[in-house]
Design a protein around this ligand. Structure first.
Ligand code: HEC
Length: 151
């Protein structure tokens, strides 16, 4: 055998055995012995990871509450929660009852991730800072520094 033909033969054998190995692997996967997809792509269902930031960076800043109030109107939160957040198609945010919790982190999650029964997720539309402004406004409701409080 000439060296060139020999090299060719080696290459063909190598290629065929690689192909066979590939087929073997997928046969095993089809039989369920190997996970078909090792690294699932996209969101993994289940409880979302709690946000690392638990405290509202704006605290109870009255100016931020005012900006949050503007966002509340501009983003049409008021369309579902009422003009003064007193409730509508969505629950009242000014009463004492909370479905998903009243802590800053829980209110943040309600807004950022949405909630099952009709609350849209805003986390992909609003930066975290704007969501914290909304949290600041929601937390100002029924307090002395609530902007545009109902009379
Ligand atoms: C399409 C209507 C709709 C819009 C728009 C909407 N919400 Fe909601 N929201 C709801 C509904 C309905 C719920 C209750 C969801 C549930 O019970 O699972 C809710 C729940 C909430 C909660 C949790 C209340 C609790 O008791 O725990 C907060 C906080 C909240 N919304 C804030 C906002 C803010 C801030 C905006 C604007 C950025 C907004 N929502 C826009 C319908 C809406």
């Amino acid at each position: 055998m000439r060296p060139r033909a020999f090299l060719m033969a080696v290459a063909i054998v190598a290629a065929t055995s690689a192909a066979c190995r590939g087929r073997e692997t997928s046969d095993v996967a089809a039989a369920g012995a190997l996970p078909a997809v090792r690294n699932p792509i996209g969101p993994i269902p289940g409880g979302g990871k709690p946000r690392e930031q638990a405290a509202n960076p704006f605290g109870s800043d009255a100016e931020v509450a005012r900006q949050g109030r503007q966002l509340f109107v501009v983003m049409n939160c008021s369309g579902c929660h009422g003009g003064r957040a007193g409730g509508g198609m969505g629950p009242s945010l000014r009463d004492q009852d909370w479905i998903y919790g009243s802590s800053p982190a829980e209110i943040f999650s309600s807004i950022a991730q949405g909630r099952a029964h009709g609350m849209p997720a805003w986390g992909t539309r609003l930066p975290d800072q704007s969501i914290w402004m909304l949290v600041t406004y929601v937390q100002s409701l029924r307090t002395a520094h609530e902007p545009d409080a109902p009379r």
